[in-house]
Design a protein around this ligand. Structure first.
Ligand code: 6PG
Length: 244
């Protein structure tokens, strides 16, 4: 993995606050420079605190929401009102608490057949990012699964080999729902990634991802490699407990 900026904070609240400050800075600079800031959001429990902070009085007035476009990095194949929907989580923690044009919200259509949903979202990305071959998000948020997955790219999944498609259906053993996920070509073309990892249950996998040079090259999190972008890790003390 290339050189990255590693921020270690005491806990989830402080790491989320640090990430929120950087979100303000990046979104303001981007909107000032080119009029928009495109971000692909993560699901799971880790980014909830960040979303709540972005919607809080400390941060929300400092973010140029009319220029911010929200996309999703992955989604469960469920309707947007379903309790497992990543869109619903972001709607509750962030979108319902800020003023943002509805046309800036680009959710993954989890309610459709997975193949059709992936195709439609891919088209949406190609239209939004216009002529670009592979979309270049200003920011992609990622969490880390205890098995090393990112977005809905799971270890051993054929989706990890995808070179051409931007969005694919994905599934993993034991998961309640099929998923839709961005593919590695899109993730690795981002201008910036925030990788947010908190909690002792992530310490083992994080040590593999960051320090195990020989082992587990096929861990999805190790396949994140930004040739033309920058990676910022936001880690808490518990997650770094097994790093040497
Ligand atoms: C999702 C994800 C997924 C998540 C990890 C970590 O939709 O679930 O985007 O990749 O980031 O599973 O999840 P936690 O933050 O809940 O540990």
């Amino acid at each position: 993995m290339e050189e990255a900026l590693i921020n270690v904070l005491p806990d989830l609240e402080t790491l989320s606050r640090e990430a929120a400050h950087f979100f303000v800075k990046l979104s303001s600079a981007s909107v000032q420079g080119k009029g928009i800031f495109s971000v692909a959001l993560a699901g799971g429990s880790t980014p909830r605190t960040l979303y709540q902070l972005l919607a809080s009085s400390d941060f929300k007035e400092r973010i140029p929401w009319p220029g911010v476009h929200l996309f999703w990095g992955d989604e469960r194949c469920v309707p947007p009102s379903h309790r497992d929907s990543n869109y619903k989580m972001v709607q509750e923690t962030l979108i319902s608490r800020i003023t943002i044009p509805p046309e800036n919200i680009h959710r993954m259509p989890g309610e459709l057949d997975p193949g059709q949903g992936a195709g439609l979202y891919e088209k949406k990305l190609r239209d939004f990012f216009e002529a670009e071959n592979i979309p270049r998000f200003d920011l992609i948020l990622l969490g880390l699964g205890t098995d090393g997955h990112i977005a809905s790219l799971f270890p051993g999944s054929p989706a990890l080999q995808e070179k051409r498609r931007l969005v694919v259906p994905a599934s993993t053993e034991g998961a309640r729902h099929h998923r839709l996920t961005l593919t590695l070509p899109v993730i690795n073309n981002a201008r910036r990634i925030f990788f947010m990892v908190a909690g002792a249950e992530k310490a083992g996998v994080l040590a593999h991802v960051l320090q195990d040079q020989e082992g587990s090259p096929d861990l999805p999190a190790r396949m994140v490699s930004l040739a033309k972008g920058e990676l910022s890790w936001y880690l808490d003390q518990a997650a770094v407990g097994l790093l040497k």
